[in-house]
Design a protein around this ligand. Sequence first.
Ligand SMILES: [Zn+2]
Length: 255
Amino acid sequence: MRSAIALLTLAFASIGFAAPIGLEDTPSSTVLPGFRSCNRSGVFALTFDDGPYEYTWDLAQMLNSRGIKATFFTNGHNFVTTDLNTTTSPTRDGAKTYVEVLQMLDQLGHEIGSHTYEHSVLVGRTREQIEYQMNEQSDLIFDAIGKRVALMRPPEGATDVASDQILHELGYSNILWDIDPLDYNGSTVDEQFKILEDIVDLDIAGETLGHISLQHDVHPSSVRDLTPRIIDYIRGKNYTFVTVSECLGIDAYQA
Ligand SMILES: [Zn+2]
C-alpha cells in the first residue's frame, strides 16, 4: 500500500501537480474528470471526431434512417481549412456548405460537441490558447445552430490539470471513450470491428456500463463500412443507441 501511494505521488509529481500526500489529495472537487462510459447499462453512444467533412452529411442521414442519434465532436479548421460558410461538400442531397452540415446534424437530433477549433492538443497550453481554441469553435457552432456547446473531446484525449480546470470554468464536460477501434491507423475494418467486438462481448447484461465508442467521420471506410457493422452488432445485443448527453445524463448545450 505504501508503495502504491509512493507511486501515485511520483505520478502526480511527474505531471507537476502540487504537493500530493495521499489518495485524499486526488483532484476531484474543482476538476471534471473525463467521462469514459455511460451512466447505465444497455446503451451505446456512437461518437465521431474531426469533422465536419465530406462524408458527414451522408453518415448523419444514414444514421437517421436507422433511427439512431449520434454525437459529433467537430473542428472548424482541421480537415476543412477554408470558410465553412462557403466551402461545400458533395452529398447525396447535392452540394452543402459545412455550416449546412452542422445545421442538418442539429435538425436531425444528433448532438454537436467541440473538438477544439484547430484540433489543438491542450496539454501545456496557456489559458489564452485554450480559450481561443474553445471560444472560436463555440462561436462557430453558435452561429450555425444558435446553441452553445457543453460537450467537448480533447484532441488525443489529452488534458492536464491546468487545461481540465479551464475547460471546467468554460462550462465543458470532457467526453472520452472506452472503445477505440483505431479507425485512423490503416488497419482493416475487420481488425477495427474485432477491437469493438472483443470489448462488448465481455459485457455482463444489466451490469456493464454502456459504451462510448470513438470513430472519425473523416475516414470513408469508418463511415461506410465500420459504422453499419457496428450498428448491426450492437442492435443484435439489444442495446439502445443514445447521444452522449443521454448516455451520461448531462446537458449537451450550455444555458
Ligand atoms: Zn481528433
